[in-house]
Ligand binder design. Structure first.
Ligand code: ADP
Ligand code: MG
Length: 751
């Protein structure tokens, strides 16, 4: 400990900027409170210094608290905080201060302060329920109520009972903290008064949320141009919904700005140029760093961001906020079993947070791209993620920790029991739990993988049943990273990108297309140039490669064989080539064969069959006359089409029959639709309609046998409900019924 003391003396003085933060005044009181209480709630406005300062105060003043873990709901926020704090302490990242997020870690044995994602901590708590690796756990951004943070609440409360010396601090940017305090046995609340300047609110008259959704990207760009032409200097922060919308807006703005007549820009504004920064979770940190730097004179910084900039990352210099009014949110429909990303209106609380970003350094303005009436229609607060997510991964983690009675787990806000039961049922369908809801050996293996239980099921099956685990690993890795395809600027380039993308299309569908892309990149020495010239995000590929390495390690640890189904019959191919003298030989596609050229090819059948072992619950059948599909399996069993329609509006359908569309970028979208019958899909994206992401052709007999499990589902037994509570409920024993009724055709026009 004395050794630690000498380390504090290396950093005796604070940088002026650290001293200026609102939290600084309360430094001693905070330390004192942390010393006294096991649990503490800290509330303070965004930018007050909670994330970066509080853990440092502990480092400096409480040497007996050796290991500190701070959670963030987002990867990019964990890295950014760790980097910032390491800089402030003038240490190298990964030494005293580090971070650990899924598939990426920068830490060492000397690390005392570790920033992690809540998902990372959740996985380590699953293996170590006493959280013995840390003396202090800080649950940051608790107001976000991410699924993982909510589960950690319950687990940490348990750990506090098991280990009285463990300390827990819950940090929140909003005031509704009574619930947190109560949950941790009336833990004391420490509140840091914020510093806020006035923010003018400007509404877009008559803009209802229903109509706003189709046009907000365009209107946000127009608003930025309006600000740039008319407003005083000051940076602009635009809240959009996701990577695609941000890339689109960035493109539109740059095009418009190039065309902008400089005379138009009023001289009094003294800004002539713009610097545009996108910020979303898939971005790498290096690029992001520039966002925090002050803009040079005469330049206006424009930041297009997702919700990440709402509370978890503070960008200095923002005076104007453009609020689209929308957010991309996870939604789960336990009825259809569809887990989707949906663009929905934000809550009033979120709108207030967004507006607050404009008043950090001086008075500011928020341009709300919706009307005052639309604001009144918004929900007061965002529904916690745990109440609108598939809980399959969560339930698997809890089961792994021996917590079998999930329905009675201490959740801060319990999820709907239907969601819990649906998750257990899915785990049963994947073979991870037995009919009593107990983890099977397969389930144990699956829980070792930091990826979706669906994908871990595929990997195990690919290794043990279909001898194609190498290929499955690549595809699973490609599915575990963000957007692969880049959308360049300009119509011409976009056409080129589209054409380039089509070159990789595999007739079997998107799974093999992803494999093809990775293979070719590998053949080109994992080259950046290759990625660039093929309009593919190099970062996404690199991430996939890293994921693949880590998944490979886990496979090896679990002694699951890594085998390839690739055939290298170069010799034979060469001869054939000479004989037929077909220069296009390598590009000719044989049905079911994914040809990589050079005589190497893989057979798609075993790979897709391995995917079917998990994704058979995502089987869809094409409508006999129309280019839409219907989910074949829902959480109530195999689909029994009744001709119900998909309701319109912003929400998802709760009807059992929901029309599913092929993704416009899908390899299958250029196929003759009449040749498509059965497909499996990875997930559903719901923007204006339900779109299947990553779909491939399958044969029904591949999934037929697997569907047998659906017939033996007894939800009550799976959930461990006692006979008393089962009274009046019938176990759902449903038989598979196949054909889609053509009557449903007329009812699907409104989606
Ligand atoms: P809080 O957690 O209360 O929102 P933070 O500790 O994240 O506050 O941030 C405090 C201040 O530190 C912010 O106002 C911002 O100016 C600065 N800051 C935080 N992270 C970074 C970073 N990665 N780079 C530059 N400045 C940062
Ligand atoms: Mg913070």
């Amino acid at each position: 400990m004395s050794r630690r003391h000498s380390q504090t003396q290396e950093f005796p003085h604070y940088d002026a900027s650290r001293k200026e933060l609102p939290i600084y005044t309360y430094r001693e009181e905070l330390v004192e409170a942390m010393n006294r209480f096991q649990c503490l709630i800290v509330v303070g406005d965004t930018g007050s210094g909670k994330t970066t300062q509080l853990p440092q105060y502990v480092l400096e003043a409480l040497p007996e608290i050796r290991n500190i873990c701070v959670t963030q709901p987002r990867r990019i926020a964990a890295i950014s905080a760790a980097r910032r704090v390491a800089d402030e302490r003038r240490t190298r990242l990964g030494e005293q201060v580090g971070y650990s997020i899924r598939f990426e870690r920068s830490a060492s044995s000397s690390t005392r302060l570790l920033y992690v994602t809540d998902g990372t901590l959740l996985r380590s708590v699953a293996a170590d329920p006493k959280v013995s690796a840390y003396d202090l756990v800080v649950l940051d951004e608790a107001h976000e109520r991410s699924l993982e943070t909510d589960v950690l609440f319950g687990l940490l409360r348990r750990a506090c009972r098991l280990r009285p010396e463990l300390k827990v601090v819950v940090m929140s940017a909003t005031l509704d903290i009574d619930k947190f305090s109560e949950f941790f046995g009336d833990a004391p609340v420490f509140s840091i008064p914020g510093r806020m300047y006035a923010v003018d609110i400007l509404w877009q008259k008559k803009m209802k949320l229903g109509t706003a959704k189709a046009t907000f990207v365009r209107r946000s760009v127009d608003t930025v141009l309006h600000i740039h032409k008319n407003e005083e200097p000051g940076d602009v922060l635009v809240f959009l919904t996701g990577q695609q919308e941000i890339e689109q807006a960035t493109r539109l703005l740059q095009e418009a700005h190039e065309a902008l007549d400089y005379v138009e820009v009023r001289h009094r504004s003294r800004v002539h140029d713009i610097a545009v920064y996108p910020i979303f979770s898939a971005l790498e940190t290096l690029e992001q760093r520039a966002i925090f730097e002050a803009t040079p004179e005469g330049v206006r910084k424009i930041v297009f961001a997702t919700n990440i900039a709402q509370t978890s990352v503070t960008i200095p210099g923002i005076r104007y906020v453009v609020d689209s009014g929308f957010v991309k949110q996870k939604m789960y429909d336990a009825q259809t079993g569809v887990d989707a990303l949906v663009v929905v209106p934000i809550s009033q609380a979120a709108a207030t947070q967004r507006a607050g970003r404009a008043g950090r350094t001086a008075s500011g303005k928020v341009y709300r791209l919706y009307s005052r009436e639309a604001f009144e229609d918004m929900e007061p607060a965002t529904v916690p993620e745990i109440q609108r997510s598939s809980l399959i991964g969560t339930v698997l983690s809890l089961k792994k920790m021996g917590i079998d009675d999930i329905l009675n787990f201490e959740f801060i806000d319990p999820p709907d029991p239907d969601l819990v039961v649906a998750a257990i049922k899915q785990l049963f369908l994947l073979g991870a739990v037995d009919e009593h809801g107990h983890l099977t050996p397969l389930g144990h293996q699956m829980s070792e993988f930091p990826i979706s239980p669906f994908l871990s099921r595929v990997l195990i099956s690919a290794a043990l049943d279909f001898s194609c685990s190498y290929e499955a690993l690549i595809i699973a890795s490609m599915l575990s990273v963000e957007e692969i395809f880049a959308t360049p600027r300009g119509k011409k380039k976009q056409a080129a990108a589209e054409e380039s993308r089509r070159r990789f299309d595999d007739p079997s569908g998107d799974h093999l297309t992803l494999l093809r892309i990775f293979h070719e990149w590998r053949d080109y020495g994992y080259s950046k140039d290759w990625a660039f010239s093929n309009f593919i995000h190099f970062r996404a590929l690199q991430a996939a490669r890293k994921v693949k390495e880590q998944l490979t390690e886990i496979m090896e640890r679990l002694e699951l064989p890594i085998v390839t189904c690739e055939v290298d019959d170069r010799e034979r191919e060469k001869k054939r080539l000479r004989r037929v003298e077909d220069p296009d030989h390598g590009r000719i596609r044989k049905a079911g064969i994914c040809d990589f050229g050079n005589g190497r090819h893989v057979d798609s059948t075993p790979i897709l069959r391995a995917f079917c072992t998990a994704f058979y619950v995502h089987t869809a059948k094409r409508h006999p006359q129309r280019p839409v599909f219907y989910p074949y399996v829902t959480s109530i069993g195999a689909n029994v089409p009744t001709g119900q329609q998909t309701p319109g509006g912003s929400g998802m359908s709760s009807a059992h029959l929901m029309a599913l569309y092929l993704h416009p970028q899908s390899a299958l979208s250029t196929e003759d639709i009449n040749r498509l019958d059965w497909v499996i899909y990875n997930d559903i994206q719901y923007v204006n309609r339900a779109t299947m992401r990553v779909s491939s052709k399958i044969r029904f007999d591949w999934v037929d046998v697997l569907m047998g499990r659906l017939k033996v589902v007894d939800e009550e037994r799976l959930a461990g409900r006692t006979p008393a509570t089962r009274e009046g409920r019938r176990p759902s024993i449903i038989s598979a019924v196949g054909e889609v009724d053509s009557k449903s055709e007329e009812n699907e026009e409104n989606d």
